[in-house]
Design a protein around this ligand. Structure first.
Ligand code: SF4
Length: 78
């Protein structure tokens, strides 16, 4: 799956949402989240993000590792 990390907070441009073929983005209060079981790892959203907030789960920077779990829980709640 892909993961939305901290740079998205307060941004919420929806360029990524528009290109996602499976509509797996969910909107939280401060940022967007990707549902890990719906994302098909197509990578279409990655170049669209203006703040480079989207990473493959294997490449999430160390300081943002907690966002992997956060995307999973928050996308369920949205
Ligand atoms: Fe959607 Fe593809 Fe991005 Fe996953 S990698 S969130 S399927 S656009």
């Amino acid at each position: 799956t892909h993961v939305v990390a901290e740079p998205c907070s307060g941004c919420k441009y929806t360029d990524c949402v528009v290109v996602c073929p499976v509509e797996c983005f969910y909107e939280g209060d401060q940022m967007l989240y990707i549902h890990p079981e719906e994302c098909i790892d197509c990578e279409a959203c990655v170049p669209e993000c203006p703040v480079e907030a989207i990473f493959h789960e294997d490449n999430v920077p160390e300081e943002w590792k907690s966002y992997t779990e956060l995307n999973a829980t928050k996308s369920e709640e949205c």
